[in-house]
Ligand binder design. Structure first.
Ligand SMILES: Cc1cc2nc3c(=O)[nH]c(=O)nc-3n(C[C@H](O)[C@H](O)[C@H](O)COP(=O)(O)OP(=O)(O)OC[C@H]3O[C@@H](n4cnc5c(N)ncnc54)[C@H](O)[C@@H]3O)c2cc1C
Length: 377
């Protein structure tokens, strides 16, 4: 009998895991990969869409292109998970498995920030980025706030990238001197594991006249008065609000009783949950790393190695490295990089690489290799 592996969520983690299982085991495994969406979008593509660098169609990669031996992709919504029985119920059926991997990512809790509207004034969903793409060209005067509601949030440098790209966008249109930009961030610095990266971003803000408010979160928005209320009750008036919502586990994970303090508790190295044969990878898992695709991918590789070994009758050996590189848009076409390592020292570390124009090719290669590897084009 073929081993059955059910992978919940076809994001960074689910796609890499399913690809590795297929490469190693081919038709000798029965992988069911389930996602409610019809297409994959890289997280950073939301910034490309928002600032009009790419169209929505260009960044949506249809799952019909994900064709691998031993893997079937189902576009269905998962409505219940029974981790004890390793059984999953969707709007299309019920699936039992020998190994269950939860890779459902992080959802957004819009209600936690009254006034924040999904697909309206936030840039963390594809719909939100697409709406802002139409709004941004109409913003020519006044105060823009890039506001983060809570940590943890996906890709810690992304709000900083948004601020620097907004500066460029307004400068190119000749209206920068009529606009103010403020970034409100609940973290003490833009990229806490790397003081050098944080310093470089903070001086890039200063050079461009971007006001940076660290250690503060946006608690609510009063749309009528066009005021953001911060967690210390102070108020900031705005003409344009670009928000990052509070993150939360998908409702189906919470309902399954799998999320403790928000996220699924795992062994950070093996990604095992407290349920036998059940793993969690990526943004949904509490590993201690940042919520970013690069860490989801590393975790997925570790789970793939362990599942493959067990199917072959060997000891599970996969180890999550908890390390990876994040590319950072510094504006003016330049990209920097930080190599972050969460596990090897007593504290997370980050090595900073100064931004250059040529680093863009490296970032594009990361996207292109994943696209080819997962979707064949
Ligand atoms: C603006 C922005 C910029 C970013 N830039 C970067 C970057 O430069 N580098 C980087 O490494 N990371 C970046 N990220 C973060 C990155 O996108 C995520 O961390 C990564 O996608 C997490 O992978 P994952 O597999 O855990 O979850 P996801 O990729 O989010 O995948 C989860 C999947 O689960 C599916 N799903 C959820 N609930 C259900 C359900 N009930 N039924 C069926 N399917 C469901 C979703 O449709 C989704 O496809 C960025 C994110 C944002 C928002």
């Amino acid at each position: 009998m073929k081993a059955k592996v059910t992978v919940l969520g076809a994001g960074f983690g689910g796609l890499e895991l399913s690809t590795l299982l297929s490469e190693a085991l081919g038709d000798q495994v029965d992988v069911t990969l389930i996602d409610k969406s019809g297409h994959f979008v890289f997280g950073y593509s939301k910034l490309d869409v928002m600032f009009g660098h790419k169209t929505l169609d260009a960044v949506r990669i249809p799952y019909r292109g994900f064709v691998k031996p031993g893997v079937r992709f189902l576009q269905q919504t998962i409505t219940a998970i029974d981790p004890e029985a390793k059984r999953v119920v969707t709007d299309g059926g019920s699936y039992d498995s020998d190994y269950l991997v939860v890779a459902l990512g992080a959802d957004y809790d819009l209600a936690a920030t009254p006034g924040l509207v999904e697909g309206g004034n936030e840039f963390y969903s594809v719909a939100g980025a697409n709406t802002l793409r139409d709004l941004l060209p109409r913003f020519s005067k006044g105060h823009a706030i890039i506001g983060v509601s809570a940590a943890p949030y996906k890709c810690p440098p992304a709000p900083s990238e948004c601020a620097l790209l907004l500066h460029d966008f307004l400068s190119e249109r000749g209206v920068r001197d009529r606009c103010e930009i403020t970034m409100v961030l609940p973290l003490p610095s833009p990229v806490p594991p790397s003081p050098d990266t944080s310093r470089a971003l903070v001086s890039a803000f200063a050079e461009r006249g971007i006001r940076f408010m660290p250690g503060r979160a946006v608690a609510s928005l009063d749309a009528k008065r066009r005021v953001a209320v911060l967690d210390d009750k102070s108020e900031l008036p705005y003409d344009l609000y670009l928000g990052v919502p509070k993150h939360c586990p998908p409702a189906v994970v919470a309902a399954a009783g799998m999320a403790d303090n928000g996220w699924i508790t795992v062994d950070p190295r093996t990604l095992e949950t407290r349920y036998e044969g059940v793993y969690a990878v990526g943004d949904i898992a509490n590993t201690g790393t940042s919520k970013a695709g690069v860490f989801a991918e590393g975790a997925a590789r570790a789970v793939a190695a362990s599942v493959i070994a067990q199917i072959r009758g060997e000891d599970p050996s996969g180890r999550n490295p908890g390390a990876g590189s994040c590319y950072i848009e510094f504006g003016a076409g330049r990209i920097g990089r930080v190599d972050v390592d969460f596990f090897s020292g007593p504290k997370p570390t980050g090595i900073y690489h100064e931004p250059t124009v040529s680093m863009r090719a490296d970032k594009e290669l990361v996207g292109a290799t994943r696209r080819t590897r997962w979707f064949g084009s």
